[in-house]
Design a protein around this ligand. Structure first.
Ligand code: C2E
Ligand code: MG
Ligand code: MG
Ligand code: MG
Length: 280
């Protein structure tokens, strides 16, 4: 099963990592049980202000602690969870756990407000009552809506008449931030995005990876990012660059005027306790 843009969503067998082979049916069966058994954990990856170096937020990234196969990355099971519908239940858990954790950080470190950014699958917008779920979770956890950001992909919001569009507007009115994830890999219709209640763009990692290097002395990517950041700012959107892996990329992005960066240069995705340590 592959994504439309060619990125593999999940593979049955990864010879490089010598992981066990699982049938699709077996995985699907255990996925449903795994949500009930609480086999998922969240790591958090910092979003850092490029100018000041301040920690601005964290993205919650789900991992499956599989009893036999060990820790599985999301690309091994999110695609399947979307296909078999278990993403709705899993997504609800991710939202609830992220908001609970964000509220705990807010209470422990009131002077360092941290936005928690949560990935939302297409199917959660279409097949579940996302708006009611978010409202209930915010109420139960006590997290202020402005400290929650939802990441949707372009394909989730493109041409989103009806239900998804209503959901976006309702969430925006609630005070929740909406970010477009992996921007630049899909339709990249900034004019369209600007008409949606979107607060932020997350530039896909491929842009930064295409920045100037020994192999690419004159890449177009830097020019494109500069133009995108400028246009996004004029439209009132903030911009986060994904996959910032070194100081040179961070410096170029800072000069271009990009707002925040996320990537291994700052931190790998880490457990909540490590983020607590950073805040302390
Ligand atoms: P994403 O939302 O684009 O998340 C960023 C991915 O980039 C993460 O992979 C992160 O570990 C990786 N990354 C971060 N910094 C760097 C870097 O400097 N270099 C490189 N090469 N990679 C970096 P991860 O954790 O494997 O997640 C993969 C994808 O799975 C996510 O991509 C997201 O689309 C999806 N995902 C993760 N958690 C959830 C979830 O709770 N719900 C849904 N629906 N999707 C999720
Ligand atoms: Mg994301
Ligand atoms: Mg992304
Ligand atoms: Mg990405």
């Amino acid at each position: 099963w592959a994504k439309a843009d060619g990125k593999a969503r999940w593979t049955l067998f990864d010879p490089e990592r010598n992981e066990h082979r699982m049938t699709r049916q077996a995985l699907s069966r255990t996925l449903r049980q795994a949500v009930e058994r609480g086999e998922f954990v969240l790591d958090y990856q910092p979003l850092v202000a490029l100018d000041s170096g301040e920690l601005r937020g964290v993205e919650a990234l789900v991992r499956w602690e599989h009893p036999h196969f060990g820790r599985l990355a999301p690309n091994r099971f999110i695609g399947l969870a979307e296909e078999d519908g278990s993403i709705v239940q899993l997504g609800r858990w991710v939202l609830a756990e992220s908001c609970r954790q964000a509220r705990a950080w807010q209470q422990a470190f009131p002077d360092a407000p941290l936005v928690v950014s949560v990935n939302v699958a297409v199917r959660q917008v279409w097949d579940s009552d996302l708006v009611a779920d978010v409202a209930a979770i915010l109420r139960e956890t006590g997290l202020p809506p402005r400290l929650l950001q939802l990441e949707l992909t372009e394909s989730a919001v493109m041409g989103s008449a009806g239900r998804p569009l209503q959901a976006l507007h309702a969430l925006h009115e609630m005070g929740v931030r909406i970010a477009i994830d992996d921007f630049g890999t899909g339709y990249s219709n900034l004019a369209y995005m600007s008409r949606l209640p979107v607060s932020a763009l997350k530039l896909d990692g491929s842009f930064v990876q295409g920045f100037r290097s020994a192999e690419h002395p004159n890449p177009a990517d830097e020019t494109i990012v500069e133009a995108l950041v400028d246009l996004a700012h004029r439209l009132g959107l903030t911009v986060t660059a994904e996959c910032v892996e070194n100081a040179e990329q961070a410096e170029r992005l800072r000069r271009i005027g990009c707002d925040t960066g996320q990537g291994w240069h700052y931190s790998r995705p880490v457990g909540a306790d490590v983020i607590s340590g950073l805040l302390a």
